[in-house]
Design a binder for this molecule. Structure first.
Ligand SMILES: Cc1cc2nc3c(=O)[nH]c(=O)nc-3n(C[C@H](O)[C@H](O)[C@H](O)COP(=O)(O)OP(=O)(O)OC[C@H]3O[C@@H](n4cnc5c(N)ncnc54)[C@H](O)[C@@H]3O)c2cc1C
Length: 235
């Protein structure tokens, strides 16, 4: 496991286009991953590429992916080359020219060979990481998995050793071009997603209040920006 504070550049993670948007700080990778809820897992299944959305959790420099033991892509990913992406769309960038329109975003790409976790404590730790990533505070509130439930769950761990981060923020990049004289509107249209009000299960008996870890999330940003995080503007 890497403890390097800098992301290492490999043939696969070296950005070819708009390199100024790349980030080399491992903390930036963690920030993008920690702000996310789902990733896309790309893997070859029976020789054909498949990219599927799935939940995940980060603990240190490991990314945990979980699902049913019948999940075909998790089965295929065990010990095989895989690619995981996490994307946050932060807004639309409207330029004067169609060509220069863009999006503000934070995204991470991770390459590696996920490893199947089979030991009980390791499996519980990984499932806790996934649960806490999706709903912080939930692990302590919900009933823990039984042995049978654990046996029906496949858990993979992917090292964050080989990863890249790309971030764009800011206005369109044609503000100082001849098109600026056209008098057409240009600017950013930010996108923010927030958690809604909790809806109690109608099957709940009376007297069970919404727990604090759920209440604390209501109205907060779903894909929070790290305070002070800035990215590279450009087309
Ligand atoms: C929300 C969003 C929307 C986008 N829309 C478009 C679009 O419409 N058209 C378009 O051309 N591009 C778009 N991009 C950028 C796109 O992801 C690629 O970065 C870009 O197209 C360059 O592709 P390439 O194959 O030349 O990558 P290369 O630069 O050759 O990629 C080399 C390596 O760089 C890293 N890398 C590349 N892109 C990313 C990334 N986004 N995040 C993290 N690491 C990365 C990977 O490790 C990859 O293997 C978008 C990105 C995001 C996040």
């Amino acid at each position: 496991m890497s403890t390097d504070l800098t992301l290492s550049r490999t043939e696969r993670t070296r950005l070819h286009r708009l390199r100024e948007r790349g980030r080399s700080d491992r903390a930036e990778l963690h920030a993008v991953l920690d702000a996310g809820l789902i990733c896309h897992l790309g893997v070859l299944v029976d020789g054909s590429p498949v990219v599927l959305p799935t939940g995940y959790g980060r603990a240190g420099d490991l990314l945990y992916l979980h699902g049913s033991t019948a999940n075909r892509s998790l089965l295929a990913a065990d010990g095989q080359d895989a690619c995981v992406t996490v994307t946050h769309l932060d807004g639309m960038v409207c330029a004067r020219a169609i060509f220069h329109h863009s999006m503000n975003y934070r995204s991470a790409v991770v390459f590696g060979r996920p490893r199947l976790i089979t030991d009980g404590p390791g499996k519980l730790a990984g499932l806790q990481a996934v649960t806490e990533q999706l709903i912080p505070g939930r692990w302590a509130q919900a009933r823990p998995p039984t042995r049978k439930e654990l046996a029906a769950t496949r858990l993979l761990a992917l090292s964050l050793d080989e990863a890249s981060v790309k971030i764009r923020t800011g206005p369109p990049d044609d503000g100082d071009s001849p098109d600026a004289a056209l008098g057409r509107w240009a600017g950013e249209l930010p996108l923010t997603a927030a958690w809604g009000q909790a809806v109690p299960d109608p099957a709940l008996p009376p007297g069970i209040a919404v727990p604090p870890h759920i209440l604390a999330r209501v109205g907060t940003a779903a894909f929070p920006l790290r305070p002070g995080a800035e990215g590279a503007a450009g087309g």
